[in-house]
Design a protein around this ligand. Structure first.
Ligand code: CA
Length: 128
């Protein structure tokens, strides 16, 4: 059983279902949010281990979600966005994102990025 809990923030139902199906098949636990405010609330109440974050959300920009979460949490944030301009990536990374995946993405790449993040988490936990 995979012990990691992933918060999936995505308003597009087909992308959300692709991600959650992938997580389910690989024994991750997950919760979802379709907007920025819900994402912040879920992060507060459920303390996910990793956040997968879309930038184009109906109620606020994903970059602002990163900034808000970073005021009190170091949870790893992997951005998954259709925005492929360098400036968008730089804005998200500067705001505190740990990694950036451009849509369309492959499921295998998503899983590999999650494994990288888990290794980092494991190292951090061992250092504490
Ligand atoms: Ca979106």
């Amino acid at each position: 059983m995979n012990k990691y809990m992933i918060l999936v923030v995505e308003d597009d139902p087909s992308v959300k279902s692709l991600i959650t199906t992938t997580l389910q098949m690989h024994d991750y636990r997950y919760i979802t949010a379709s907007g920025g405010n819900a994402a912040i609330m879920q992060t507060t109440s459920h303390r996910p281990d990793i956040i997968l974050l879309d930038l184009g959300l109906p109620d606020m920009d994903g970059v602002d979600v990163i900034k808000k979460v970073r005021t009190w949490s170091n949870v790893p944030i992997i951005v998954i966005s259709a925005r492929s301009e360098d400036t968008d990536k730089i804005d998200a990374l500067d705001a505190g994102a740990d990694d950036y995946l451009t849509k369309p993405f492959s499921v295998e790449e998503l899983l590999a990025r999650l494994r990288v993040t888990q290794r980092r988490l494991a190292i951090m936990q061992n250092e504490n």
